[in-house]
Design a protein around this ligand. Structure first.
Ligand code: COA
Length: 249
């Protein structure tokens, strides 16, 4: 299957966006971010796969950004990655740009596979395409703040402990972390506060169907960790961790 970037096939953009919105739990579409829609504005860095009827069945989202290469200097949040990418967009690959503004790494934002196309190895294909894209763009590597896909089944386990779980055959337990490791990704560490959603209790009720009758920690479908509800301040706060991987090209 061939990947098309949205720069190559702009007419796929609306299907691409619909897939993105359909595959996440509702609360994931309401993160505390400045201009989140701009994640999709890097058309050369977004790609889609289509089926025989030209419907988008899978997609990859990436953005180029500047990183010093020091693990301690990785952005702490998805929002910081986006702001870094936006600030440095004009300096993409421009050798005249100051080193600190030069885009030099590709960041994986999301891999999306529509339900009927799942379980056929598409996630590997997408990750390989992200690496190929970074290579074509002359970047130094691909870094990924990975959202472990089976973590919602174990919301009360810490991310550090969970990310080390292995099966009897020695492979990582989590399917998406496993794909990153199998494709030679090197784990760099954790972003404990990669993605945050802060909203009113009414919004959280609407998004999750949970009644939230008392303040405290709640488990909600699709969340990696519990959501903290505070009825007094009418706030629900979700702070999602992720696991950093680096892929050399
Ligand atoms: C995560 C996602 C991209 C996986 O896509 P996929 O093409 O179905 O995955 P693959 O077929 O490549 O499978 C990859 C591995 O995960 C395993 N896997 C896939 N779905 C699984 C599931 N529901 N439960 C457990 N394991 C699963 C596969 O067995 C495979 O592991 P193995 O080869 O070691 O056995 C897809 O489920 C998705 O789009 N989810 C919603 C968005 C998301 O969470 N994206 C990832 C974070 S950005």
């Amino acid at each position: 299957m061939r990947a098309f970037t949205l720069a190559e096939r702009p007419e796929l953009k609306s299907e691409f966006e619909k897939l993105d919105e359909r595959l996440w739990p509702e609360f994931m579409l309401h993160g505390d971010m400045n201009n989140p829609d701009e994640f999709r504005d890097f058309d050369e860095y977004q790609f889609a796969y289509t089926d025989d009827s030209d419907q988008v069945v899978a997609a990859g989202q990436t953005i180029p950004f500047h990183w010093s290469g020091a693990t301690g200097e990785l952005p702490e949040t998805m929002d910081a990655i986006l702001q870094n990418a936006l600030a440095n967009r004009e300096a993409a690959a421009a050798t005249s740009a100051p080193v600190k503004r030069r885009v030099n790494y590709l960041c994986a934002v999301a891999a999306l596979v529509d339900e009927p196309a799942r379980g056929q190895g598409m996630s590997r294909t997408i990750l390989l395409e992200m690496k190929a894209l970074a290579r074509r763009k002359g970047l130094l590597g691909l870094v990924a703040p990975v959202r472990p896909t089976s973590k919602p089944r174990h919301p009360e386990i810490s991310i550090d402990e969970y990310a080390d779980w292995r099966r009897g055959d020695g492979q990582l337990y989590d399917p998406w972390l496993r794909v990153h490791e199998q494709l030679d990704g090197k784990r760099l560490g954790f972003a404990p506060r990669a993605f945050r959603v802060t909203a009113s209790v009414a919004d959280w009720r609407r998004w999750t169907g949970v009644a939230f009758e008392h303040s405290g920690a709640y488990l909600v479908a699709g969340a990696l960790v519990p959501v903290e509800i505070d009825l007094e301040s009418d706030t629900g706060t979700y702070i999602e961790p992720s696991v950093w991987y680096l892929h050399s090209l």
